[in-house]
Design a protein. Structure first.
Length: 274
């Protein structure tokens, strides 16, 4: 999803235009993040060969409504679904529909909900049926690259440190980081500064401060990093048709590190080892 202007009025803005939230605002982000994570926890039972991505999205839509929350994506720039579901070589923004999942398909499900004005944004990988070894390795490296990026989140570090932690790890395993999409600030808005790149040089970019809220959501390809967007103006795919994977957490910078707002209550954020 494209970045929108930050119309929030809470806290203060840094010289880089990044909003600094108050400690009391963490609770709202935890509530929104938990609901988004609970919805994805429930999807494990609904991803299987023969299922359609449209049916999965309908279940997500119903869960958002049942929780008394709002989907951030329905109506966003004309988008009409409560999730993005990206299968195999689809990098991100896959549109749910009639596509039938096959045995061995891997898919990213991305959900953003609004709870009491706060945005919870997260995505993770799922597997339909048996997991092929090359896909398993891709999922493992993508998940671990996200966690390395989160480990770099602490006051005094920079956004370049986050990107470098992800990029250096991924490339050491002969995979590539997508450059065309990035993480973003959020809070009481869907998209706001900063752009959180998943590649970069240590010590570059804005300095992290307590109270910053943003997503980290690396997209990793088995092949080259280049992508292209299809004629629907949403679906992004790998140019070389190689498999792609993505994991996403929403985090907040604390006095000594990071809090993850979108932890899986069921411990199933990673499809094979929690």
């Amino acid at each position: 999803m494209e970045r929108a202007l930050d119309h929030d009025t809470r806290g203060r803005l840094t010289k880089d235009g990044i909003r600094i939230y108050d400690p009391s605002d963490f609770a709202g982000m935890h509530a929104a993040g938990r609901l988004a994570a609970e919805i994805l926890d429930a999807m494990s039972a609904h991803v299987f060969p023969g299922q359609t991505t449209g049916a999965i999205d309908k279940i997500i839509t119903d869960m958002v409504e049942a929780a008394g929350a709002t989907s951030a994506t329905i109506g966003y720039k004309g988008y009409q679904h409560a999730s993005c579901i990206s299968v195999n070589h689809v990098v991100c923004h896959g549109i749910p529909g009639d596509k039938v999942l096959k045995d061995g398909d891997i898919l990213n499900i991305d959900v953003t909900v609004i709870v009491d004005g706060w945005y919870g944004d997260t995505s993770r990988m799922f597997v339909a049926g048996r997991l092929p070894r090359k896909a398993e390795r891709l999922i493992e490296i993508t998940h671990d690259s996200l966690m390395r990026g989160i480990e770099a989140v602490k006051p005094g570090n920079t956004f370049g440190d986050i990107g470098y932690a992800i990029q250096s790890f991924v490339e050491s395993h002969r995979m590539s980081v997508v450059r065309d999409f990035c993480g973003h600030g959020l809070g009481r808005v869907f998209h706001a500064p900063p752009n959180v790149l998943h590649y970069g040089r240590p010590g570059t970019g804005a300095v992290l401060e307590p109270g910053m809220f943003f997503t980290i959501e690396p997209m990793v390809n088995l092949g080259r990093p280049e992508t292209k967007t299809l004629a629907d103006d949403w679906t992004a795919v790998t140019r070389d048709k190689s498999l792609s994977a993505q994991f996403e957490h929403s985090v907040g910078v604390t006095e000594d590190g990071a809090e993850i707002f979108t932890l899986s209550p069921a411990g199933t954020f990673h499809p094979t080892y929690g």
